[in-house]
Design a protein around this ligand. Structure first.
Ligand SMILES: C[S@@+](CC[C@H](N)C(=O)[O-])C[C@H]1O[C@@H](n2cnc3c(N)ncnc32)[C@H](O)[C@@H]1O
Length: 251
C-alpha cells in the first residue's frame, strides 16, 4: 500500500512550518480558515491530517480539539508544542475508519492535505461519521484548477506581455509523486499529490450528505519587483493559489 504520510519528510516539514506556519499559512491560510470556521467556545473541532499542529495553535483553549495525522514524527511535534488540556492528538490514517468515539463534532477541517491522501472519499466519509448534523466542514486545497503539480505552469506571451497559466491536464484524476529535495535525485524523499477536478470534490461531498455553503479562492499577496513585475503582479491577482470549500452536513 502507498504510504502517503509525511513521516519521512517530517523533520523537513516541521521546520518549514515552525511555530507560526509558513508564509502562506500566516498570511492567507490560517486567518481565512479561522474566519470561515467561526468557532465559538462551545464548539469542537476535528482537524484531519493536522501535521505538526499549525492550526491547533490558533484554536482557543476552551474549544475541544482533536488532531489526527499519519506521521508519528509530526504528531509528536504537535504534542510537544501544545499545552492545552482540551486539545489532543493521535496517529491514524484519516481515510480509514477512525479510532475516535465522538460522533458530534461541530466542526471538521482538513488544511492543505486532502490532495495528499489517495482516497479522499474515505476522508469525507469519516467526517460525515464524526460530525453532527448541521456541522461545518472546511477543506483548504491547493487550487485544483490552477495548481496541478507537474501539469500547470506560468508561461509568458511576449507579444501580449502577459504571464498566463498553462494547464496541461485537468479532468482525469492523476497521482503525482513529488521530490521534497530534488537536488538529492533518486535519494530524495517523496510526498504524493492526488489531483481531482473540482466537480469530483463536489460529488464526494454530495454523496456523503454535505451541501457546499461557500467556495472562496485566495490569491497570493506577494509582490514582484524587477523588469517583469507589472506582468507578474497582474497575473498573480488573476490566478488563485488556494481554494476553500465550506460544507455543511445536512443528513
Ligand atoms: C501538506 S501537509 C499539511 C499538514 C497541516 N494540515 C498543515 O497545514 O501544516 C499534509 C499532511 O497530510 C498527512 N497525511 C498524508 N496522508 C495521510 C493519511 N492517509 N492519513 C492522515 N494523514 C495523512 C501528512 O502526514 C502531512 O502531515
Amino acid at each position: 500500500m502507498l504510504d502517503t504520510s509525511w513521516e519521512k519528510s517530517g523533520k523537513w516539514y516541521k521546520n518549514i512550518v515552525g511555530d507560526e506556519g509558513h508564509y502562506y499559512h500566516q498570511k492567507i491560510i490560517l486567518p481565512n480558515s479561522l474566519r470561515l470556521l467561526k468557532l465559538d467556545k462551545k464548539d469542537s473541532l476535528l482537524d484531519l491530517a493536522c501535521g505538526q499542529g499549525v492550526l491547533e495553535r490558533q484554536i482557543p483553549d476552551e474549544i475541544e480539539y482533536v488532531g489526527v495525522d499519519l506521521s508519528p514524527t509530526l504528531i509528536k511535534e504537535a504534542r510537544s508544542k501544545s499545552d492545552k488540556a482540551k486539545h489532543i492528538f493521535g496517529v491514524a490514517d484519516v481515510s480509514k475508519p477512525l479510532p475516535i468515539d465522538k460522533k458530534d463534532f461541530t466542526h471538521a477541517s482538513i488544511v492543505l492535505a486532502l490532495q495528499n491522501i489517495r482516497k479522499p472519499f474515505g476522508v469525507i466519509r469519516n467526517v460525515k461519521e464524526h460530525l453532527k448534523v448541521n456541522g461545518k466542514f472546511l477543506i483548504i486545497l491547493n487550487h485544483p484548477a490552477f495548481r496541478i503539480p507537474k501539469y500547470s505552469f506560468w508561461e509568458v506571451d511576449r507579444a501580449k506581455r502577459v504571464q498566463y497559466r498553462r494547464i496541461d491536464k485537468y479532468m482525469k484524476p492523476i497521482e503525482i509523486p513529488i521530490s521534497t529535495n530534488p537536488g538529492k535525485g533518486e535519494k530524495s524523499e517523496e510526498t504524493w499529490s492526488f489531483h481531482y477536478p473540482i466537480s469530483a470534490y463536489s460529488e464526494m461531498l454530495f454523496d456523503n450528505g454535505f451541501v457546499i455553503e461557500k467556495i472562496e479562492e485566495w490569491v497570493s499577496d506577494k509582490v514582484s519587483t524587477g523588469g517583469a513585475a507589472d506582468m507578474e503582479n497582474k497575473s498573480r491577482k488573476e490566478f488563485p493559489m488556494f481554494m476553500a470549500i465550506l460544507a455543511k452536513k445536512i443528513n
